[in-house]
Design a protein around this ligand. Structure first.
Ligand code: ATP
Ligand code: MG
Length: 277
């Protein structure tokens, strides 16, 4: 009879970044198993210590921060203007996105007062800005924001309560250009993220009707196009394309990590390394 790693051993190995076949090994007895556990733990711990030491010595920045900088540069070079909007938004902004009390996403919102919440997405703020910018700028108008968003989540390895969204939108292109443009923009972001394997997949969304997901094993982004039924209340009438990416998801995929905790805001991990090693 053979035995697997214990639950506690597996948990520890996952914490320090191991996954897949290595966790599913079987052993002839507990002595053999425990010695394999110690050997694997020691190796992974050493690797983690080297990465942490490197962070101090070379002042490398955590992968999430590097990714953010790289994407800002890529989009700026592609003609997009970065915008910065409030983290706290009004209930009306969500209502205008059709997120009313009976909407599934409403349950995920962190309300800080009756009519104010931590933003669960960037789209309402970008809509509000676009309405003003169409009066001031010539088209096409290209803007993006990158920053924290908040959602109450109960699901594990791919969801965090606070995460970093990158949302870009281009307004004022012709309707027939939209699909190709969307593919180009997604391509820019994926290339800058160092992810070659991905595909686009159309699926129904609770907020936007149909959305086009960017999938690389997990969903890393969701795109939509206008004219759209949500546009009119925001005073938007031109065709547009937009995509929202989760930076932690992009970082997870590019680093080959199985758990979002390793790349997100954390007191337990720094740059993907568990600190109790
Ligand atoms: P999922 O179906 O994976 O829960 P979603 O479709 O609800 O995601 P969107 O509203 O499409 O998410 O948000 C755009 C992107 O933001 C997602 O593709 C994902 O990369 C990221 N994202 C959304 N929620 C979270 C979360 N809780 N933690 C980390 N990233 C998230
Ligand atoms: Mg989505």
């Amino acid at each position: 009879m053979s035995i697997p790693f214990s639950v506690v051993q597996k948990q520890r190995l996952r914490e320090i970044g191991l996954s897949g076949e290595i966790l599913d090994q079987e052993f002839k007895d507990s002595r053999e198993r425990d010695s394999a556990f110690r050997r694997i733990e020691k190796m992974a711990t050493r690797k983690g210590r080297m990465r942490i030491a490197e962070l101090q010595e070379t002042r490398l920045r955590p992968v999430l921060c590097e990714l953010e900088s790289c994407l800002v540069e890529t989009l700026t070079n592609a003609g997009f203007v970065q915008v910065v909007t409030p983290l706290i938004i009004a209930r009306d902004m969500l209502t205008k996105m059709s997120i009313t009390p009976d909407h599934p996403l409403n349950k995920q919102v962190f309300w800080i007062e009756k009519n104010r919440c931590l933003r669960p997405m960037l789209a309402p703020s970008l809509y509000a800005l676009l309405r003003r910018l169409v009066r001031l700028w010539k088209k096409p108008i290209q803007i993006f924001e990158v920053g924290p968003c908040f959602r109450k989540e109960s699901r594990g390895a791919q969801h965090a309560n606070e995460f970093t969204m990158l949302n870009l939108v281009e307004l004022g292109l012709s309707e027939k250009e939209r699909e190709a443009r969307l593919e180009t923009l997604v391509g820019l972001v994926m290339e800058a993220s160092g992810i070659k394997n991905y595909h686009l997949k159309t699926k129904p969304s609770e907020v936007y009707g149909d959305t086009i997901d960017v999938v690389s094993d997990v969903e890393v982004g969701s795109a939509a196009m206008g004219p759209h039924r949500l546009d009119a209340p925001w005073g938007i009438f031109d065709p547009w394309v937009g995509v929202g990416f989760g930076l932690e998801r992009l970082a997870m995929v590019s680093e080959g990590f199985q758990n979002i905790q390793r790349v997100g805001r954390s007191l337990e991990y720094l740059d993907g390394v568990r600190l109790n090693i």
